[in-house]
Design a protein around this ligand. Structure first.
Ligand SMILES: Nc1ncnc2c1ncn2[C@@H]1O[C@H](COP(=O)(O)OP(=O)(O)OP(=O)(O)O)[C@@H](O)[C@H]1O
Ligand SMILES: [Mg+2]
Length: 172
């Protein structure tokens, strides 16, 4: 099990962390975004999607459906299960309705999703509100598929910001 805690002391740092993580994602990766209302899950998802080649403007929490599908350099499924109150409400959904096998899946309010998953690579991201502009992000995974992400995030925050700026330049 790998675990790292990052202080997201500004929106810029949140965006940079998301861009860095996006640059090492792969088809089949599942990111579970934990945290209370306003903790920063969707804000993080927007930058992560930008890093995957999706226009951040179109990234909003799914309202009328449980999942939004975006087309970036690979498909991105953005699931939000906030309104679910029971596991049974997921029974009408097939796995492939919620999980992008050929792309990246992001799940906000993932409380009911783990029963759905078998052995696919999951990265847990838990957002905590510290103050108005500060969040803490705890990343955890049992899967070695995410080792590069953990290694990169162990670098000092300044190098991360610089790294993210370079990624922006590359994709411009
Ligand atoms: N360092 C930070 N990182 C992320 N968001 C921040 C930060 N500082 C302030 N914020 C603000 O916190 C809010 C987070 O809202 P967001 O919609 O991303 O939360 P959420 O976790 O998706 O909530 P919900 O469960 O209601 O969907 C935004 O208004 C964002 O601008
Ligand atoms: Mg949200």
């Amino acid at each position: 099990m790998r675990k790292i805690i990052i202080e997201l002391n500004s929106l810029e740092i949140t965006a940079a962390a998301a861009r860095i993580i996006a640059s090492d994602l792969f088809a089949g990766a599942i990111l579970l975004l934990w945290g209370k209302m306003g903790a920063g899950k969707t804000t993080f998802a927007k930058s992560l999607c930008a890093g995957l080649g999706v226009l951040p403007e179109i990234v909003t929490s799914p309202t009328y459906t449980l999942v939004n599908i975006y087309h970036g350099k690979m498909p991105v499924y953005h699931v939000d299960l906030f309104r679910l109150t029971e596991q049974e409400q997921l029974d009408d959904f097939d796995r492939q309705d919620l999980i992008a096998e050929q792309g990246v899946t992001l799940v906000e309010w993932p409380e009911f999703i783990p029963d759905y998953l078998t052995d696919e690579p999951v990265l847990n991201l838990c957002f905590k509100t510290v103050s108005e502009n500060q969040r803490q992000l705890i990343l955890q995974s049992e899967f070695s598929n995410f080792d590069t992400i953990f290694k990169t995030l162990e670098q000092p925050i300044l190098s991360l910001l610089k790294g993210a700026a370079n990624l922006d330049k590359d994709s411009a």
